[in-house]
Design a protein around this ligand. Structure first.
Ligand SMILES: [Zn+2]
Length: 220
């Protein structure tokens, strides 16, 4: 009887060992985070790290991820920090607002219930917006903001630009995961789904983009 008990204790020990190692290695990874000027909440740092690693251009760009309650109509939102808008483009800093809890027609969504690969796609898309903002002057950004809130065509263009940046930075699969999560999620309302379908690239369009970016790499 005791030998069986011993055997089980040993087995349990063996099973727990990799878990301890895994914990240790992620800790080390966090400590050696090679990005500077980033503020990331603990609950999403892994996903932010993976998404950021696809954008070496943003290595030193100041970006703060901040939870916010009730962002209208979306999970996340990227924008330049207003205070630094007129700074030199290189020193400009950005905010990515994230809805910790997200309500669509009385149905509450929680960030922790979103799968990692989907979250990485979402963050990758927001980083795509920042890539787009980086090339714009302050005046252009203000004009961009005005057009974004007044023109549906303009929203479509901006969202497609962000998706395209993400796909070209190797996050195509994650962007597709994000789309499928929205489209297939039974809890999301049809009006939200059709808004997404209207304004964003479809999974099929993203596949075309992924194939194109592969062909380009092949041509080089
Ligand atoms: Zn967007």
């Amino acid at each position: 009887m005791t030998s069986i008990l011993k055997k089980y204790t040993y087995l349990l020990f063996l099973l727990l060992l990799p878990a301890c190692y895994a914990q240790q290695s992620t800790m080390q990874q966090k400590d050696s985070l090679k990005f500077s000027n980033k503020i990331v909440p603990d609950t999403i740092w892994r996903e932010a790290y993976v998404a950021l690693s696809h954008y070496p251009e943003l290595k030193d760009t100041p970006i703060e991820f901040r939870f916010k309650k009730n962002i209208k109509k979306s999970f996340m939102q990227a924008q330049p920090k207003v205070g630094g808008l007129f700074k030199n483009r290189k020193n400009r800093s950005y905010l990515i607002f994230i809805n910790e809890k997200f309500t669509i027609e009385d149905e509450v969504f929680d960030i922790t219930s979103v799968p990692s690969e989907v979250l990485i796609g979402w963050i990758g898309h927001e980083l795509g917006h920042i890539m787009d903002y980086r090339d714009r002057s302050a005046v252009n950004l203000i004009w961009f903001g005005v057009k974004y809130v007044t023109s549906k065509n303009y929203i479509r263009e901006a969202e497609r630009a962000a998706d395209t940046y993400a796909v070209n930075h190797g996050l195509g699969e994650n962007i597709i995961a994000t789309k499928n999560f929205i489209i297939n999620h039974s809890k999301l309302s049809d009006s939200y789904k059709s808004r997404i379908e209207d304004l964003y690239l479809s999974p099929e369009e993203i596949m075309v983009l992924i194939n194109e970016s592969f062909e380009e790499t092949f041509d080089d």
